[in-house]
Design a protein around this ligand. Structure first.
Ligand code: FE
Length: 193
């Protein structure tokens, strides 16, 4: 196993080498670190979802054209990809995978978790989505339909989880804490307050 310290050392070595060879400049690296640490991540996705839960007109725009609705919130696609948001309901549960590699909506969810990139998840999300959901401890009604969406370089999917019972009186700000990264991939439900 590679420890975090090993990884940090290797990253520093690579950074030094790239700078030395003139392949990158220090401000460019700082810019990328700032992007991933502060500007990309599931905190953005949570804001999109909380708004969709509280603003029916925004939700309609989000489901009709997620790319535009997400730009409207101020989050830009990093790699020029288009976004599609699929809505969970009591009858339909959506699950997102990239069967080929690890395509993921960076602007709204950040970098993909390790398990998302793993071969077992990529294979089984497609062939046995209910088994995968069971392993995540996510209960789905027997008569609900499970839909699997295969993200790729041009098109990235994100799930609009069901707004949990008990959250009816909560403000958009308070709802943010209920929206987890995993719920926007579809392997979990949103947190019940
Ligand atoms: Fe991919």
């Amino acid at each position: 196993m590679t420890s975090d310290a090993d990884v940090a050392l290797r990253v520093r070595a690579l950074e030094s080498l790239l700078l030395e060879k003139g392949l990158v400049e220090a401000p460019a690296i700082d810019e990328i670190i700032d992007l991933f640490e502060n500007r990309l991540g599931p905190q953005n996705g949570a804001k999109v979802i909380a708004r969709a839960w509280t603003d029916p007109e925004f939700k309609a725009r989000l489901l009709a054209n997620a790319t535009d609705a997400i730009v409207e919130m101020g989050y830009e696609a990093v790699q020029g990809e288009d976004m599609v948001v699929v809505e969970n309901t009591p009858r339909i549960h959506n699950l997102v995978v990239c069967t080929l590699c690890s395509c993921f909506p960076w602007a709204t969810l950040g970098l993909p978790p390790v398990w998302y990139k793993s071969a077992p998840y990529r294979a089984r999300a497609a062939s046995d989505p209910r088994g995968v959901l069971a392993e995540f401890g996510t209960a789905i009604a027997d008569d609900a339909e499970v839909r699997v969406w295969d993200s790729n370089a041009e098109l990235r999917y994100m799930v609009l989880p069901e707004r949990p019972a008990g959250s009816e009186g909560m403000s958009e700000e308070d709802l943010l804490a209920l929206v987890t990264r995993d719920s926007m991939i579809g392997v979990s439900h949103a947190v019940t307050p």
